[in-house]
Design a protein around this ligand. Sequence first.
Ligand SMILES: [Zn+2]
Ligand SMILES: [Zn+2]
Length: 321
Amino acid sequence: MTILPEMLSQIAIEFVKQRTKSFAQNDFGNFVRHDVAIEAKKHLLYLPYELTVKASVGSGNWAAVPWLGYFDPLITDTATRGFYVVYLINAQTEEIFLSLNQGTTETYREFGELRGREVLRRRAIDLSERAPEYSNLFDLKHINLGSAESLPLGYEAGHSFGRKYQAGNIESQNFFSDLENMFAAYEALVNRGGTLPTAAMNEEAGTNDIEETRRYVLSRRIERAPNIRKRVLEKRGTVCEACALDPVRHLNYTGPLKNTPLEIHHARPISGMAEGESRRYKIPDDFIILCPTCHRLIHRQVDPANLVQLKNLINFSYGPK
Ligand SMILES: [Zn+2]
Ligand SMILES: [Zn+2]
């Protein structure tokens, strides 16, 4: 269990030298992208939810800052948007920063670079304040990535809280307990709405109750995550489970499965779940396939997991009489 800190140290120590070589077909680049990512995944086996892992030294060109990121598919699958857990490496000082950080590229695209960094700094504070019992376990001070390039300046601005390690001198027990705490912090932030302002969440959920709002937002995120939707559709079929609308038969739908005009409904009563309680969803058991109309209706029920109640409410004009 000591190999990940050693690999990160190796990246930090060798990066400056490797950067002078050609990027294409570079063994070191392959080591980071493949070996480091595979090693990093091993530490996710016991987590009760899924995270995707990516390690990068740049795409097409050497990056200023190599990184290893962990992404919750409910929030993002890329380092360019959303918020996520990442190791950022300052190759000049050979320092490694564990960081709760944010997508720089998309923020720059919306606000421009200077304003974008202001926005990232503000959201970084919001994130640490939304999970104070976790952010308090970490350092909140500014990180220095040793580069004046646009992306690293964005990573510095987007840093919410984390830990600094010196390459070659990482105490592995601390390293792994930090990582475990960081995953718990990430999960809490996902459950609590991340960077979404409370007022916007309340409006979407149609209630001012904060717990209810958070559960609603989480449930909708689960339903909208493309990778979850795809797997549920593949396993549960493509007919509305309430009214029996079959887009292929009834609407002459001929497009790809992923675009079928059906929605996935997260039917596990998330209202009964305590925050942080085990797995957020089971595929496909916790889901129901519904057409948009039935989906709206079921969300208006007192118990939005009760399919029988919904079936009693509607008239089966598609299914067998
Ligand atoms: Zn329906
Ligand atoms: Zn739903």
